[in-house]
Ligand binder design. Structure first.
Ligand code: SF4
Length: 244
């Protein structure tokens, strides 16, 4: 089946059913899963920070599908933007589209963490910050899963996400990713150093195509929580969705 032409405008995703993985939060606190067991005091602090985080965060994302106009080595041109991503051809294989995305929790979590810091409530401030970090990772995973579902409906395989500043992709490419998919629709801005505000935000790019490589990094389905996906290749390990 030939893939349909995709040239979507940026699309805001709101009311995302995000939950927070406590193990992921503890990882940001320096705990190694299976090796370190937090004590009762840390567990209580975690519960308090999770409850606070759930009240404060407003998870939203903006995504945009764009056809790839040209590929040459590490360069990938789409939507009038040229991205240079080391090794992308080998990682993704042939892709016909890219999807840029920006996810955020809003700024309420970091504002409350700053207030707690000012009030010298340092353990709770640090734990709340870790809750935000864990939650925004879960949000980015959820968006990756949604894009995988959208791609499958169009006969396209969708790769794992990558972000500027990781896996040898220069953080200086962040403005180009924002040119492809602006974050302003969800209130995410870039500063001169290419950092995003609100801080609990993640920008991402995935590739899509009938022959795209999807399992080069880790098993995409094993960490995906789309319960009813007909294309699942491995059981999900756990969920971040409410109501499962
Ligand atoms: S279960 Fe696998 S194929 Fe289905 S949406 Fe998730 S990652 Fe994609």
């Amino acid at each position: 089946m030939s893939a349909p032409a995709l040239r979507d405008a940026p699309r805001v995703l709101a009311d995302l059913p995000l939950a927070i993985d406590p193990d992921e939060v503890l990882r940001f606190q320096g705990y190694k899963k299976g090796a370190d067991a937090p004590g009762a005091d840390v567990r209580a602090l975690l519960d308090e920070a999770l409850a606070l985080g759930r009240r404060l965060m407003v998870p939203r994302a903006v995504v945009r599908w764009v056809p790839v106009a040209r590929r040459a080595g590490d360069a990938l041109e789409a939507g009038g933007v040229t991205l240079t991503i080391p090794g992308i051809g080998a990682h993704w294989g042939p892709v016909e589209h890219v999807v840029g995305g920006v996810c955020t929790l809003g700024d309420a979590v970091e504002r409350r963490a700053a207030e707690l810091w000012e009030a010298r409530e340092l353990p709770l401030a640090a734990m709340l910050d870790s809750v935000g970090s864990g939650a925004v990772e879960s949000l980015a995973e959820h968006v990756n899963d949604l894009l995988c579902q959208e791609g499958l409906a169009r006969g396209l395989r969708v790769t794992n996400r990558i972000s500027p500043g990781y896996a040898r992709w220069d953080v200086g490419e962040q403005p180009r990713l924002f040119a492809l998919c602006p974050g302003d629709a969800i209130g995410v801005r870039l500063n001169a150093a290419c950092f995003m505000t609100p801080v609990k935000s993640i920008s991402l790019l995935v590739g899509a195509g009938p022959e795209a490589r999807v399992d080069h990094y880790f098993s995409q389905c094993a960490r995906c929580w789309m319960r009813d996906c007909a294309y699942r290749r491995a059981p999900a390990r756990r969920t971040v969705h409410r109501g499962w």
